[in-house]
Design a protein around this ligand. Sequence first.
Ligand code: DQA
Length: 162
Amino acid sequence: MLRLLVLHGPNLNLLGTREPSVYGQASLPDLDKSIVRRAGERGIAVQTKQTNVEGELVTWIQNARGHFDGIIINPAAYTHTSIAIRDAIAAVALPTVEVHLSNIHQREEFRHHSFIAGVALGQISGFGPTGYLLALEALTAHLDRHPRPRATAKKKPSASRR
Ligand code: DQA
């Protein structure tokens, strides 16, 4: 079974109430539910996580190696600032799709540049929550075309021996 990690960056926990004219009415739990539902229909295991902390995203990406087959990430504002997230994606070399709810290229100039785009398979921007479902399709199609040894679920830590 394919295992995908879906990461949401800063302020995306406020979806639904945050600038709804830009980011829509759907909350993050709504968004996650639709991703999990679609993944279930495709027989894919997904884990979704959100944080406001850049280093946490870096650690989650590092830890994904061996446990996930690919990553879907909306790095939110870190898209435009974070060399650390870019380097983490490059380091783990997992196929990664960058997603933005809004069309960052139609917005302020400072949103036009993505540090992530250069290490992502591709970028999906401007389709709202549908973008995550498109990313799921794009990533699974890529993984079908480029099979790799499958990731394995993380083992529960075993009791330590004294
Ligand atoms: C965003 C676009 C970013 O520019 C912004 O900082 C976000 C959300 C989007 O999904 O449209 O927080 O990534």
